[in-house]
Every structure is written in C-alpha cells, then in structure tokens.
Design a binder for this molecule. Structure first.
Ligand SMILES: Nc1ncnc2c1ncn2[C@@H]1O[C@H](COP(=O)(O)OP(=O)(O)OP(=O)(O)O)[C@@H](O)[C@H]1O
Length: 307
C-alpha cells in the first residue's frame, strides 16, 4: 500500500440532509488530485471524515489504515483544513513548536517548514496579526511539519494574492513531482487548471466524475472549431445556416460545433465573411466542468452550482 487515500461508500447525514452520499474514490501518489464542486457539495465534510474528525458510514483508509490506527498520523498525512484554527495569541514559531512537541516531531523541522512556506521573517509575530494569506501559509507549514507523504489542503488558495496563488500552485506541483500524494479542494476551476492531474468532481453530496484532467479537457474540446473574425454577427448567421451550432465565449471568436473545418471555411467563404484564424477549440477547465455538470440534476439544486 503506497501513500494513498481510499474512500469507500462514504455517507454522512446531518438530520434529514445527506451531505455526502455513498462516495467512493482513491487518491494516488505522484499527482495533484483536485476535489472540485460547488459550495456545499460535501468536500470539506469528506476531508474532515478522512481525518477522523467526523464520523460517517463507509470506510476511509490512509496507506491502508484508518486514521485513528496510525501511530504517527502527522508523519503520514498532513492537512490544512481551516487556516483560522490557530490560537491568535501564539507566534507562528510557537504554534509550530507546540504542534511538533505534541507529535514527537524534532523541533528543527519548525524553522525548516517556516522557510519552505516563506514565513521565516514573521516567525516571531503573533498569528492574530496575520492576514488570511499568511494564515494559509502557516496552515500549510503545519501540514508539512511531519514530512508526510500525503498532503490534503482544503481551499488553500483562499485569501492568497495572485503571487500567493502562483506560489501554492507551484508548490503543489513540486510536492507531487517528489512523489507525494496531493489532495486539494477548490470551488474555483481556474485555480486548478494547469495544476491538477486528476479531478474528483462532486455534485451536491455525490461524486459525479473521477477523471484525468487531460481526458476531461479532450472530451470537452470535442469536435469544436474556433474562428476569429471581424464579422462575428455575419459569421454566426452563415455557420447556423450551414447547420452548425455557433456560440461566442470570447469577443471576436466564434466556436462552432457540428461542422468539419472545410465546411466552416466553405460556409464563411460563400457568405463572404472574412476570418483571420481557424483552429481546434481548446476547452478551459471551467467550460469542461459546466459541460459535464449541465445534465446532473443534483447540481441544479444549488443556486451556486455554476460558480
Ligand atoms: N456540522 C454540520 N451540521 C449540519 N450540516 C452541515 C454540517 N457541516 C456541513 N453541513 C452541510 O453539509 C453540506 C456539505 O458541506 P461542506 O462544507 O462539506 O461543503 P463544501 O463542498 O466543502 O463547500 P464549500 O466549497 O463551501 O467549502 C452542506 O449542505 C452543509 O450545510
């Protein structure tokens, strides 16, 4: 068994509401696996259950063991769940020292992880004065303290400025490249495009896709063609008349479905519409996600499903 999280038949109910409904998946090492879904889909609940912080039906195995059976849990799985769960009166260094001490981790790791997340210069400052972005970094430092092979981050991009977002993306890629298992949740598709290798997509309570990023994007790009034109209205009409399904996502670019490249060119030429570029459409993760979830009824139950 190698650096994995295995979730099997997980179900969590709060009264009448089912927050997590029979969810099964495995998270593999050497990859960034993104846990994506709208607000309230059950991502945080699942992560809390993985760490044994909440009870549920079903099983969760970390490297083949339940969390509570791990001898040194912080050396196996490190997690950032809630960046605000730190005593505000403590300094960053003292918070990590306490965490190291109570988990039999050498104190030398404290300065190592502070440097890793870029907090060395504020190590002796009280956490109460930290921005959310600094707290996120401190939470990540805590997750790294035991040098675990598995890392789990719940919305780590929250509160980070653009530079911080690039930092966390690069950092997650480096962790995965070093062979670690990286499991990260987000409700922002753009945040994980170019970062995640694999996607676990949640509807409201249910896992609706377990798919590689490459496979999802290839499927969503499909047989669509992008045409850049200074005459978008005329192009839309010509392509619709030729039997294509034309839409526009970017100003000046028409995306056509249902016509081959030569048919698109012929339709535009016949209508005397000029175009400056024609190429196979590359779907964004956001687009692929919306395509995938459009027909999933559970999503429409949430007003934020399309965010
Ligand atoms: N302690 C609780 N008591 C009652 N309901 C809860 C509790 N915790 C979560 N829920 C409910 O369970 C569902 C899943 O919530 P959860 O926080 O896991 O979603 P999420 O996907 O992490 O959302 P977000 O992207 O907003 O963090 C929601 O409907 C939420 O209201």
């Amino acid at each position: 068994m190698q650096s994995t999280i295995e979730v099997n038949g997980l179900t969590k109910r709060y009264g009448q509401a089912t927050a997590v409904d029979n969810v099964t998946f495995a998270v593999r090492p050497g990859e960034v696996t993104a846990f994506i879904g709208p607000n309230g889909a059950g991502k945080s609940t699942t992560m809390r259950i993985i760490l044994g912080l909440d009870s549920a039906d079903g099983t969760v195995l970390i490297n083949g063991s339940r969390y509570r059976d791990l001898d040194d849990p912080l050396r196996v799985i490190g997690a950032l769940l809630d960046a605000n769960a730190v005593h505000p009166g403590r300094t960053a260094r003292n918070h990590l020292r306490w965490l190291a001490y109570t988990n039999s981790i050498p104190a030398a790791r404290v300065d190592a992880v502070l440097a890793q997340v870029g907090l060395s210069s504020v190590a002796n400052k009280r956490v109460g004065g930290f921005s959310l972005g600094m707290r996120q970094r401190l939470g990540i430092a805590g997750a790294l303290l035991g040098d675990p092979p598995i890392l789990m981050f719940d919305e780590p991009g929250n509160g980070l400025d653009p530079e911080g977002v690039i930092w966390i993306r690069t950092f997650m890629r480096e962790l995965a490249a070093a062979g670690r298992t990286v499991f990260v949740s987000s409700h922002l598709m753009s945040e994980l495009e170019g970062t995640a290798d694999h996607l676990l997509i949640m509807g409201v309570g249910r896992l609706v896709a377990d798919i590689s990023m490459a496979e999802l994007l290839a499927g969503a790009s499909g047989d669509r063609i992008d045409v850049r034109t200074p005459q978008p209205t005329e192009a839309m009409t010509a392509l619709a008349n030729a039997g294509g399904e034309a839409s526009t996502l970017t100003t000046g670019v028409i995306t056509v479905r249902g016509l081959a490249g030569d048919q698109v060119a012929a339709a535009l030429a016949a209508a005397q519409v000029t175009f400056t570029e024609m190429r196979a459409h590359q779907a964004s993760l956001e687009e692929a996600y919306l395509d995938l979830t459009r027909n999933v009824t559970e999503f429409s139950a949430s007003p934020e499903a399309a965010t």
